[in-house]
Design a protein around this ligand. Structure first.
Ligand code: AMP
Ligand code: GLY
Length: 409
């Protein structure tokens, strides 16, 4: 098949890797993706018209969309209008990620367990609510904020001081109950009706070891996660996936694509923290390398309502470690030269995914984004995969490199 992959990060590199037997195009792509796909660095993942024109001109069989922004701008709707199969939800369905308030409403309507919450469109009312209730507080901006719209405040003072910034994202926020437990990323692929669970994963959201420091997009990931037994997969589908897909169908806006449920697990209790309308990043970098066979067959079958292939994941464990840029998750210093990628790639049981890299005028690979590279190690068990990942990660250096040492520990 001829397939256009939209995006240019580590997740899209992993998506290309999982479909590597096919003729791949990627917009914008990155220097790592170049070895698997023809890249279009001048077409950003947000230039909807250019992406649609590319898909039409190249007569692609399928478009697979990585990030949430083009989905919430209606890329899938435009492709569907031109009869181009697309794996990724329409604008209306992508709203499940674009609006925290909508996601909450949908969860309530569908009977999905989640934290109780209150919605505010007035900063003063939110302030009064904080004053009158007990810590901890979870403040969430309504609207896409690239993982930076959520503050978990353990004290009243912290909640009050972060309120203006959260409120300013969109003039609307929710404050919700703090959930205890461990987080699991449960991601499925669907055509709106049929559900294909992918292997589970968990990620590490904070920048520093022991979950310290500010939230990031994710500093590492493990698949499968030891935090929940695989025998609970059907229970999870019944509890947090099927009711949401049913609500979408009843609203006349069926959801096709990856549906990502961020879960808080506390013993038997399962609650949804958030939904994303896409594959996780960096979860993709630990889940997709374990996919056996050609993932394109699955995405195509779902996008066209065709017959599903058998889906299997390898028994191996994957641990993926993020190398982040200096300054991340704040303002990032770009341009530093990265050394050692080739050496690290030559190791066994390793896959390296580029996220924020580019080639400079001299042809060197340099830092070009917050999360720079994902180093995925394979192993017979968690510890083996961890050792492989860190051995390769430590061969790659650049000025100000940030890395967590406790991924998979
Ligand atoms: P979100 O963008 O909603 O996934 O939130 C980002 C992160 O904040 C989550 O991955 C959790 O670590 C944390 N978080 C969000 N909501 C809650 C909650 N209700 N209770 C505890 N932690 C939360
Ligand atoms: N790693 C979390 C996310 O993709 O939203």
């Amino acid at each position: 098949m001829k397939i256009l992959v939209v995006g240019g990060g580590g997740r899209e590199h992993a998506l290309c890797y999982s479909m590597r037997g096919n003729e791949l195009l990627c917009a914008p792509g990155n220097p790592g993706i170049e070895s698997l796909a023809r890249c279009y660095p001048d077409i950003s993942a947000e230039s909807i018209d250019s992406l649609v024109a590319l898909a039409v001109d190249e007569k692609v069989d399928l478009v697979v969309v990585g990030p949430e922004v083009p989905l919430s701008l209606g890329l899938a709707d435009q492709l569907i209008a031109r009869k181009i199969p697309v794996f990724g939800p329409t604008r209306e369905a992508a709203f499940i990620e674009a609006s925290k308030a909508f996601a909450k409403e949908l969860m309530l309507e569908s009977g999905v367990p989640t934290a109780s919450y209150k919605e505010f469109t007035s900063e003063i009312e939110a302030r009064v609510h904080i004053e009158n209730t007990q810590s901890p507080y979870v403040l969430k901006a309504d609207g896409l904020a690239a993982g930076k719209g959520v503050v978990v405040a353990m004290t009243k003072e912290e909640a009050l001081s972060s309120l203006p910034q959260v409120f300013s994202v969109n003039g609307k926020l929710i404050i919700e109950e703090f959930l205890k437990g461990v987080e699991v990323s449960f991601i499925i692929a669907t055509d709106g009706e049929r559900v294909v669970p992918l292997s589970t994963a968990h990620d590490y959201k904070r920048i520093f070891d022991n979950n310290d420091g500010p939230n990031t997009g994710g500093m590492g990931t493990v698949s499968p996660t030891p935090r929940i037994d695989i025998s609970r997969t059907n229970e999870l589908v019944t509890l947090v996936i099927s009711p949401i897909l049913k609500s979408f169908r009843e609203r006349g806006t069926p959801f096709c694509g990856f549906l990502y449920a961020g879960l808080m697990i506390d013993g038997e209790s399962v609650k949804v923290v958030e939904y994303n309308c896409r594959m996780g990043d960096p979860e993709a970098q630990s889940i997709l390398p374990r996919f056996e066979g050609d993932a394109a067959k699955l995405f195509y079958a779902l996008a066209t309502k065709g017959e599903l292939p058998e889906v299997k994941f390898s028994k191996q464990v994957c641990v993926s470690v993020v190398l982040a840029a200096p300054g991340y998750p704040g303002e990032v210093k770009k341009g530093g030269v990265i050394e050692g990628i080739e050496f690290a790639s030559s190791l066994k049981n390793i896959a390296i995914f580029h996220a924020g890299t580019k080639k400079n005028a001299e042809g060197q690979i340099v830092v070009n984004g917050g999360r720079v590279l994902n180093i995925t190690g394979f192993g017979e068990n968690l510890e083996g995969a961890r050792q492989n990942a860190y051995r390769a990660a430590d061969m790659i250096q650049f000025a100000g490199r940030q890395i967590r040492r406790d991924i998979g520990k």
